[in-house]
Design a protein around this ligand. Structure first.
Ligand SMILES: [Zn+2]
Ligand SMILES: [Zn+2]
Ligand SMILES: [Zn+2]
Length: 148
C-alpha cells in the first residue's frame, strides 16, 4: 500500500496542487486499512475543516482515483475508496464481501473479451467478490450461494 508521502508525491507529479486538505486526505487513506465511503471521508474531513462541502470532498476523491492513488469499488451499499495497492502494474481485485479485504489479481481478462477492434476501449473494470478464508469459517447467510 502507498504511504502518505508516496500519495502526495504521485499527486504533485501529476500536477495537482497539494493543499492542506489533500494532505489530510492522503494521510487518512494511507492510515486506513480498508475502504471508506465518500460519506465517511466527508464526516472525518468535516470535523477538521468547517464549512467544507460534500462536493469538494467528492471531487477530491474522484481526482485521487483518476491519478491512481485511490482505488474505487462499487459495493452493494455504494461506492467506496481505498488507497491503491503498491503494485504499480495493471491489475484487478478480489474482494471479501464480509471483511472487505482486497487481494490483487495479476491476470487481466480483457484480451479474452469479444470487444470488436472498431470499439475504442478507454477503460475497463473486472472485480471478483466472495469470502476470504477467515470469513468462510464464520457462518454467513450468503456463503452457500447458487440456490436462490
Ligand atoms: Zn489494487
Ligand atoms: Zn473476509
Ligand atoms: Zn485489466
Amino acid at each position: 500500500m502507498l504511504n502518505t508521502q508516496e500519495i502526495l508525491d504521485r499527486m504533485s507529479e501529476k500536477g495537482l496542487r497539494i493543499t492542506d486538505q489533500r494532505r489530510t486526505l492522503a494521510k487518512l487513506f494511507a492510515e486506513t486499512d480498508g475502504y471508506l465511503s465518500p460519506k465517511d471521508v466527508y464526516e472525518y474531513m468535516g470535523r477538521q475543516y468547517s464549512g467544507l462541502s460534500f462536493d469538494t470532498v467528492y471531487r477530491n476523491l474522484r481526482v485521487m482515483h483518476e491519478l491512481g492513488v485511490l482505488e474505487q469499488i462499487v459495493f452493494e451499499d455504494g461506492m467506496k475508496f481505498r488507497v491503491h495497492c503498491a503494485a504499480g502494474e495493471h491489475h484487478h481485485h478480489m474482494i471479501c464481501l464480509q471483511c472487505e479485504k482486497t487481494y490483487p489479481i495479476h491476470f487481466c481478462p480483457m484480451p479474452m473479451t469479444d470487444v470488436p477492434g472498431s470499439f475504442q476501449v478507454v477503460k475497463h473494470k473486472f472485480e471478483v467478490f466472495g469470502y476470504c478464508e477467515t470469513c468462510q469459517r464464520e457462518d454467513h447467510p450468503l456463503k452457500s450461494g447458487g440456490n436462490e
